[in-house]
Design a protein around this ligand. Structure first.
Ligand code: FAD
Length: 270
């Protein structure tokens, strides 16, 4: 696969699908990196009654319809979790697992983002804490690791690590974990007990947005954008819930449309 795109969109919810279809209609080469539809906020909605053109549809059906539209849109759909966006000055690199993709512009359509990390998670990231089992698992061959996370990706990663490591301690995510250590992380506490480990994998649906993109301006409630959905980093746009309130489908779809048009303008002459 050719891994170079005009625009990479991260997140395949309504904001990401809106951005993708708009950019494709403008003739752009588009990739969308996304987790499965059941991770969209929309999926949890019992019934959607306030989106034009949709009459009493369940959130699950709407989310699956969006995913189908994305798959049939002509965008390259990359199923997985984007781990980092790197600014190479003129282009951006996006890491998904141990694959890299590049684009001239990036649209973040991540849904609601939570900056809260476990104590020690940010401090030891890259020093015993990892977000990617397939990238870093071999560093812990025949060693003991902890994996904090629930859901399909976490289950697959536990299975993968069990094939490499001496022991894998699997924790579901909703406990007051603390990661500690010296030069490297070596202990996980779940609030009751302490566990000695060689490494810790933290597998969530999304990664903290300020860890995903270094230098991105973020304030409580969302990524800071202007009225063109441009962030403080030229070439990176944000749309939908990750760009702040109101957390509503109509606003997210509109944001995606504006972000894509702005990205297309940004690409002129590039
Ligand atoms: C219970 C509930 C009911 C709701 N009911 C309504 C309603 O009736 N009407 C209404 O207007 N709104 C409703 N909402 C709000 C609405 O669902 C959201 O505003 C809308 O889904 C936001 O769309 P989005 O595309 O910004 O984010 P999302 O729908 O959350 O999609 C974001 C996608 O990006 C993925 N993602 C995030 N980070 C990464 C990454 N690093 N790599 C790859 N993929 C990533 C996520 O996993 C997700 O799949 C409801 C929300 C909830 C929780």
């Amino acid at each position: 696969m050719d891994n170079n795109f005009d625009i990479i969109i991260i997140g395949g919810g309504i904001a990401g699908v809106s951005a993708a279809t708009t950019a494709l209609n403008r003739g752009k080469k588009v990739a969308v990196v996304t987790n499965p539809p059941e991770t969209q906020n929309l999926y949890k909605a019992e019934t959607v009654t306030n989106y034009p053109g949709i009459i009493n549809m369940s959130g699950k059906d709407f989310a699956e319809l969006l995913h189908r539209q994305l798959n049939e849109s002509g965008a390259t759909v990359i199923m997985g979790r984007a781990l980092s966006v790197m600014d190479f000055g003129g282009s951006f690199g996006v890491a998904v697992g141990n694959e890299y993709y590049s684009a001239k512009a990036v649209i973040l359509a991540l849904g609601i983002t939570r900056e809260k990390l476990y104590p020690g998670e940010g401090e030891f990231l890259g020093r015993g804490v990892s977000y990617c089992a397939t990238c870093d698992g071999m560093l812990y061959k025949d060693k003991t690791v902890a994996l904090i996370g629930s859901g399909h990706e976490a289950e697959l990663d536990v299975e993968f690590l069990r094939g490499i490591c001496k022991e894998v301690l699997h924790f579901s995510e909703n406990r007051p974990y603390v990661i500690s250590g010296g030069m490297k992380a070596d202990t996980v506490s779940d609030g009751k007990e302490e566990y000695k480990v060689d490494g810790v994998f933290v597998i969530k649906d999304t990664v903290s947005v300020t860890k995903l993109v270094q230098g991105l301006e973020y304030q409580k409630g969302g990524i800071v954008v202007d009225d063109k959905m441009q962030t403080n980093i030229p070439g990176i746009f944000a749309a939908g819930d990750c760009a702040g309130i109101p957390y509503q489908l109509a606003k997210a779809a509109g944001d995606g449309n504006i972000a894509a048009l702005s990205a297309c303008d940004f690409l002129k002459g590039k």
